[in-house]
Design a protein around this ligand. Structure first.
Ligand SMILES: [Zn+2]
Length: 267
């Protein structure tokens, strides 16, 4: 697909039914008929699985991160805030995860010590695509989901962002800055409710994108801090250890958004 996903209810229903039901995730995913798969694939909602080794995935992820235009990703991200076109959100986080990746070979035993990816893996894009469209979700582990998200962003034409998007961004950041020192990620999610049209899953996903992209400043923590994260936590490790005192990384905010803010003020 060379252009952006056009909202296609039938294709979306086919993809959704595979992964989601009123009681939650379908585990395992439900198979769709061949006719439905072909329809959803033609509409840009379904992607065949692709086998890839860990070492090739590292190279491919690094190549994707090196070939994207960060400004385009930033504008797409901003565009998603007021429009709720959620699929444009996660590329910002996936970009930073893949751009931090150093060239390395797999070192096991149960998933790579560096990147958590398995030695022989599959790019299974459909669950990632479902979660990105439904919640703006970013994968929590591995590389292949991030590769899918970034390669899609490279294919998609840029979106426009508005003053409304920038206003929402400002309010989201201010809401974080006003939290007490001992606030946790859940407090951000609650504080964001009045500022962005969203549900809880979307706000959780947006927090993970703020973490992955370094907008939320992550403290240097030890293994014992990670060991204290409750097993039932649904946050990524870094989101789970963030506290209000860590706050926002203003340098990262400026690096990402100041040129967009300046051009909007001039326009
Ligand atoms: Zn690795």
């Amino acid at each position: 697909m060379s252009a952006n996903i056009q909202r296609n209810q039938k294709a979306w229903d086919i993809l959704s039914r595979m992964y989601w039901s009123p009681s939650g995730w379908n585990i395992p995913a439900k198979a769709a008929s061949e006719l439905d798969v072909r329809y959803a694939e033609a509409a840009g909602y379904y992607f065949p699985d692709e086998a890839i080794t860990h070492n090739k995935a590292v190279k491919r992820g690094m190549k994707a991160a090196a070939s994207v235009n960060l400004n385009k990703i930033v504008r797409d991200f901003l565009h998603s805030l007021s429009t709720r076109h959620l699929q444009y959100r996660p590329a910002l986080g996936s970009y930073f995860i893949l751009s931090r990746l150093a060239k390395h070979k797999y070192s096991g035993p149960h998933g790579c010590r560096v990147c958590t990816e398995m030695p022989d893996t599959m790019i299974r894009s459909n669950a990632t695509n479902f979660a990105r469209i439904k919640w703006g979700a970013i994968p929590k582990n591995g590389l292949t989901g991030h590769i899918f998200i970034l390669e899609q962003s490279i294919r998609e034409t840029p979106e426009q962002c508005s003053k409304q998007d920038l206003l929402i961004l400002k309010q989201l950041i201010q809401a974080i800055e006003q939290l007490p020192n001992d606030a946790k990620a859940r407090d951000i999610e609650i504080a964001w409710k009045p500022h962005i049209k969203s549900n809880k899953q979307e706000r959780d996903a947006l927090i993970e994108i703020f973490v992955a992209s370094g907008i939320l400043r992550i403290p240097s923590v030890s293994q014992s801090d990670f060991d204290k994260i409750p097993l039932k936590s649904s946050w990524s490790d870094h989101a789970a250890v963030w506290r209000g005192r860590d706050g926002i990384d203003q340098r990262r905010v400026d690096e990402l958004f100041s040129s967009v803010i300046e051009s909007s003020e001039q326009g």
